[in-house]
Design a protein around this ligand. Structure first.
Ligand code: ARG
Length: 287
């Protein structure tokens, strides 16, 4: 029996683990906002009369993409489709876990064509475990994946029946959370995973029962205030070490810094006119 013979070759070749044991490098799918506009109102952030600046949106989106690339993440692109002004919000396009792709089925007819467009991208790129959803769900807008559980929002967009459909297809436990404030119409506007086992969230976006569930599951969560939630500060993307977050979320940025995360601020003010932030623009491809 050999003992304590120094580092094993496997350990030397392993990818760099981040704080909390998660691997740093991620694969993201993004959609350039070439056709971005606020043409209809399907959430309280959207005002078709207010006018959104598409060129500014493109510049801000490019900066987000560069931020991911400079952190070492891989970014794939899907072609934007004319007439689908919200397609930039790639998070809503699907939920991908362990190489299985659960397709989106949008709640509003304005976005319905995005579901098949995203599914087609996965099929064309060689993903063979692809499931068209029977029930209404808006992909990672309402499904957030941690190591041992998927958190799922309902109340505005995603049908609770889709939570069970996703659980059966993906073989992962899904925990239902009820959203109650129309400003936070997707789960990813009110909560984000910090790593595989902890989250940050704004309690006021959830029903009393769901707040209790969150307290039990995540006693060490970072709790955000209404000011941070109101600038879509919870619509952030963490790789376990760095958190890409709307720059206006001042309180949350400090809290994350105190918790040991490296904050990467971005300006997505133009996309916020449609109710989206960094996470909305980002679909994570797992496996
Ligand atoms: N205008 C879009 C909608 O209301 C914004 C989607 C934002 N995406 C997200 N993952 N929260 O559907």
């Amino acid at each position: 029996v050999t003992t304590g013979a120094g580092p094993s070759p496997a350990a030397a070749a392993a990818p760099l683990p981040a704080a909390g044991g998660t691997t740093v490098t991620r694969h993201f799918l993004m959609c350039p906002p070439e056709h971005f506009a606020v043409e209809y109102a399907i959430n309280p952030w959207m005002d078709p009369g207010a006018g959104a600046d598409r060129d500014a949106a493109i510049r801000q989106w490019e900066a987000l993409r560069s931020a991911y690339e400079s952190l070492g993440h891989r970014v794939s692109l899907i072609d934007p489709v004319e007439g689908l002004p919200d397609m930039v919000f790639a998070a809503n396009g699907a939920l991908v876990v362990g190489g299985r792709v659960y397709g989106a089925r949008f709640a509003h007819p304005e976005r319905a064509a995005e579901g098949p467009a995203y599914l087609e991208w996965f099929v064309r790129n060689g993903y063979d475990q692809v499931r068209e959803a029977t029930f209404t769900n808006e992909g990672e807008g309402d499904f957030l994946t941690l190591d041992h559980v998927i958190l799922a929002g309902t109340g505005f967009r995603t049908d609770i029946a889709a939570h069970f459909e996703a659980q059966e297809f993906l073989g992962r436990p899904v925990v239902t959370l009820r959203l109650v404030d129309p400003r936070f119409y997707h789960l990813d506007t009110a909560l984000f995973p910090l790593n595989g086992h902890n989250v940050a969230y704004f309690p006021g976006a959830f029903s009393p029962g769901s707040q209790e569930v969150l307290r039990r599951l995540f006693p060490g969560a970072v709790i955000a205030g209404e000011d941070d939630a109101a600038v879509l500060g919870l619509n952030a993307v963490s790789d376990g070490t760095h958190v890409v977050i709307n720059e206006e979320a001042a309180g949350l940025r400090s809290a994350l810094g105190r918790a040991g995360f490296e904050v990467v601020p971005v300006d997505l003010s133009e996309l916020r006119k449609a109710g989206g932030g960094p996470k909305c623009c980002t679909l994570e491809i797992r496996g």
